[in-house]
Ligand binder design. Structure first.
Ligand code: BTN
Length: 267
């Protein structure tokens, strides 16, 4: 089932939005519209549920009804080393927009959206490259809106129930705000580069300045750099050492052990 809308107030010239009841994955559908149905990017795909929602690193993204599942397809013209920037500007832009709406979302390195120490949503970029240039990309965003979130997750609705917060924004409005912020984030990136984007990203970094355990050593989170690496200042006899961790190899825990978060190597 498909409905087509045109959101004229988004982007420079408005944007076409394809709405579905059920899809395998909104990311897959965005690519199919471009490659099989000759639709031009930019475009947006939104589904009420996904049967094969995709998460980071080949994981599944649980996508029952009640969640927000959307993808934005963009034509790009960027060098290959810009890949980490895509996730960083997207997370920073969404976090900034939601915080402006009094939803105190934080970013968990590298691309989780966190609310009250639990996972609210995630971002998945897929890119096409030709001759060492990124020529197109699809960014997918999943937000637990009023679905029962997976273990360790939180839905926006339950958060609004449990706090003296303003009213839960309608899902359609949230979708618009996410798309708007992604397009704005991309334009800011093109116009001004990573300098101010990485500051915004770090401002909303969930683990900023938190104490962490890395093996037997302790440290403090300094920042995420423009390439997406996490910088940790080690304490004790390694006090002067700053270690740089790549998101491909390491992840941070949501839970603490006696007030300390854990840096774990990915399996
Ligand atoms: C993550 O693992 O944190 C990223 C999750 C991204 C999920 C979204 S839901 C909409 C879009 N379509 C997909 O198949 N995945 C992304």
């Amino acid at each position: 089932m498909r409905r087509e809308e045109y959101w004229e107030d988004i982007g420079e010239n408005g944007i076409t939005v394809y709405l579905y009841d059920s899809l395998d994955s909104t990311n897959n559908q965005a690519w199919r519209l471009r490659e099989e149905e000759n639709k031009e990017f930019p475009l947006v795909v939104i589904a009420e549920r996904q049967l094969a929602g995709k998460g980071q690193r080949g994981k599944r993204w649980e996508s029952a009804r009640g969640g927000l599942y959307l993808s934005l397809g963009l034509n790009l013209n960027l060098p290959l080393d810009a890949v980490p920037h895509l996730t960083i500007f997207s997370a920073a832009a969404i976090a900034e927009t939601l915080n402006e709406q009094n939803i105190p979302v934080r970013i968990k390195w590298l691309n989780d959206l966190v609310l009250g120490e639990k996972k609210l949503g995630g971002i998945l970029w897929e890119t096409k490259t030709e001759n060492r240039l990124i020529t197109a990309g699809v960014v997918g965003v999943g937000i637990n809106y009023e679905n029962t979130p997976p273990w360790g997750g939180i839905s926006l609705k339950s958060y609004f129930h449990s706090t003296i917060a303003p009213q839960l924004p309608p899902r359609q409005l949230l979708a618009r705000q996410v798309i708007y912020s992604l397009i704005k984030g991309y334009n800011d990136y093109l116009n001004s580069g990573m300098e101010s984007i990485i500051n915004t990203y770090n401002k909303f970094l969930f683990h900023l300045d938190k104490e962490v355990k890395l093996g037997d050593n302790r440290g403090r989170i300094l920042e995420v750099d423009k390439g997406g690496d996490l910088l940790v200042k080690m304490e004790g006899k390694n006090a002067k050492t700053v270690v740089r961790l790549s998101p491909e190899e390491y992840k941070l825990s949501y839970e603490t052990e006696e007030g300390t978060y854990l840096v774990r190597r990915r399996e």
